[in-house]
Design a protein around this ligand. Sequence first.
Ligand SMILES: Nc1ncnc2c1ncn2[C@@H]1O[C@H](COP(=O)(O)OP(=O)(O)OP(=O)(O)O)[C@@H](O)[C@H]1O
Length: 273
Amino acid sequence: MTNAPEALVIGDLSVGYPGRPVVEGFSLAPIAPGSVTAIVGPNAAGKSTLLRGLAGLLPVTGSIRIGLVELAGAVRRERARYVGFMPQSLPADARLNVLEAVIAALAVSAFDGSARSRVETRRQAMAVLERLSIGELALEPLDALSGGQRQLVSLAQAIIREPVILLLDEPTSALDLRHQVQVMRIVRDLADGGVIVVAVLHDLALAARWADRVAVLGRGALVAEGAPQAVLTPRLLADVYGIVARVEPCSAGTLQIIVDGLDEDRSARQWPT
Ligand SMILES: Nc1ncnc2c1ncn2[C@@H]1O[C@H](COP(=O)(O)OP(=O)(O)OP(=O)(O)O)[C@@H](O)[C@H]1O
């Protein structure tokens, strides 16, 4: 008998920096395997902080549970069994080329002691690079890449681990339109294969097109969550982003968001304090 896929449950999560709470009491409806959840919200709302807390890179209080396993406070090795994290920017380690960097990411998750041969590891890393259409960059040093290329390498590092939960921090922010679609298709494919994807996205049209659910973060707290069409309304965009916008269905069955201007009444309180 196979185990039923297990949902990710985030309950009453708080995360921040020493002396600076950022996200407080964050809970979401259970996130089902095979789904993409977009975390959206204005600058400094706490999206990256939340994701880094989920990834175990910042201490948290509260619960991050997958099935019966509690990941909040779990040791790195235990967490690496479940979680793949793509940070906003890839640290440039000039000593490594692209292939070596992806192989190094795989080594972090080799928790089970299985001895993969060097040939097999290399083949696996090359397959991920080819999937992202960056196979020809394999021998390039990391510090010789463009911003978009670095972002794709960072994604390769996150997905080579074949994680149960894939956390992506603005995975398309440095990508041209073609690469944006390519990456979101791959993300969607991974979800369709059963992965739980949680992605911070600034582009609400991308979120509406590719995500099953959207969670809106404002000033460190959940403002709304649900299907993109239900959540991304002109009223919400005015309340959370301080903009005057129209939201219209477009031909692909997703949303088009047309920003007409600023809600001038909101400009005085731009950042959380
Ligand atoms: N290392 C840090 N130490 C202290 N405060 C931090 C640190 N990193 C971020 N912050 C603060 O936490 C708050 C949330 O930042 P965060 O990067 O999580 O926001 P965000 O929603 O991801 O923003 P953006 O959309 O601009 O990337 C901000 O007020 C920021 O100044």
